[in-house]
Ligand binder design. Structure first.
Ligand code: ZN
Length: 399
């Protein structure tokens, strides 16, 4: 047993504690509170970390580690459509070796900036063995695509990955849907059925770009063209004439075990729908800027009561995988909200979205001792300073 004390302790599940302490035994938290109270009855070693803050490891709910090798190869774009074309072209040129090396570098970057748990989306499961042997906790979403799969009885029929015994037995693997413009209704239903039978979370990209809404409303535009080029069109396809969120609701794909990602182009009625169904929305605000997608409607989402978590998306579509950069961006862009809201999105909410709140997301007795420290010189702007230091890579793990 040992106690870690510092000027600040940020449990997330309760307000910041000035002069706080966290007692750790083996790999679990035993106690959290004011140092005065905690240390009164504590006889073990005490480590005073100094003037900064002890906080839980971050939860990044949306990455694509396979794209890490594209870091610096796809520049920021003004139009999302240009970004996706550049990313697809770049990915097609990657060798297996480059991809694997990128995955390891991505995992290392996530770890170094203070991430403890990651929601990873993968087309090939290439990142799975790398995550399995890394110090990161993870949930792997095996991403399914197939707009042309209109007659499908179950997931195994289309995707042999789901017939592997290792997949059925792995608790941290789910089926993920790519997006409403790339997944058929039958495939959405098969994904939902596979996950529901195993009580596992699922994910889908939602309303990342305006063209997605256009495609579902009228059946034309960028995605019609993309599907044509990829040979995935369906003869006689009738657009549902619904918003992407309403379309997913009709397929029974929304709910507390769904992590919808992005939500940049959600309308107020979509925000209400996500709130009503308690669907998680994983916002990736810096990635949305990088790819030219836009900015999610934060005020509307918060006002409607949509449960929010955070992700960075991939290194093809972001400057880095450091979630503190997103916390800082949100804090500066929306000064009407307190920084503890953003920290909660990047920790406890992410753990809840991935169903891992018993182990991660806050400093509470019984949870894993996944905590770190950020030094703070003590300026007037506590949260701004904390996020700036985190974004600058000053997070250190407490071991
Ligand atoms: Zn994504």
């Amino acid at each position: 047993m040992m106690a870690h004390v510092s000027r600040w302790v940020l449990p997330v599940s309760q307000p910041p504690i000035q002069e706080g302490a966290v007692v750790v035994a083996q790999d679990r938290i035993q106690a959290v509170g004011p140092a005065k109270e905690i240390l009164e009855s504590f006889a073990g070693p005490v480590y005073d970390h100094g003037e900064g803050a002890i906080l839980p490891g971050l939860v990044n709910c949306h990455t694509h580690l396979e794209f890490s090798a594209l870091a610096g190869r796809v520049p920021p774009q003004k139009r999302w459509e240009d970004w996706v074309e550049a990313t697809l072209a770049g990915f097609a040129l990657l060798t297996q070796e480059e991809m694997k090396k990128g995955i390891d570098q991505g995992i290392q970057a996530l770890r170094e900036c203070g991430t403890i748990l990651v929601g990873e989306v993968s087309n090939t499961a290439a990142s799975w063995p790398h995550l399995e042997t890394s110090p990161l906790a993870y949930h792997l979403f095996y991403e399914c695509l197939g707009f042309d799969l209109w007659d499908l009885r179950n997931l195994e029929e289309a995707l042999p990955f789901f017939t592997l015994p290792a997949v059925a037995n792995a608790p941290w693997v789910s089926a993920g849907a790519h997006a409403p413009y790339s997944v058929s209704p039958a495939l959405f239903r098969a994904i939902r059925a596979w996950n529901a039978a195993r009580r596992r979370p699922q994910t889908v990209h939602l309303s990342e770009t305006q063209a997605e809404g256009d495609f579902l409303a009228r059946g034309g535009g960028f995605f019609k063209d993309l599907l044509q080029r990829r040979g995935r069109t369906v003869e006689g396809f009738q657009p549902p004439g619904l918003s992407p969120a309403a379309y997913l609701a009709g397929l029974d794909f929304l709910g507390p075990s769904t992590l919808a990602v992005h939500g940049v182009w959600l309308e107020p009625s979509d925000c209400d729908l996500l709130a009503r169904t308690q669907t998680w929305l994983v916002i990736c605000p810096r990635a949305n800027r990088y790819t030219g997608a836009g900015t999610p409607p934060l005020q509307e989402l918060l006002q409607a009561g949509v449960p929010l978590a955070l992700g960075t998306d991939s290194l093809a579509g972001n400057w880095d995988l450091n979630l503190f950069g997103d916390l800082l961006w949100l804090y500066e862009k929306f000064p009407e909200y307190s920084g503890d809201l953003w920290l909660r999105l990047g920790t406890l909410h992410g753990a809840q979205a991935l169903g891992r709140q018993d182990d991660f997301g806050s400093l509470e007795p019984g949870k894993k001792a996944a905590l770190g420290y950020i030094p703070l010189p003590g300026a007037a702007d506590f949260w701004g300073e904390l996020f700036t230091a985190g974004a600058a890579g000053e997070f250190c793990w407490i071991r």
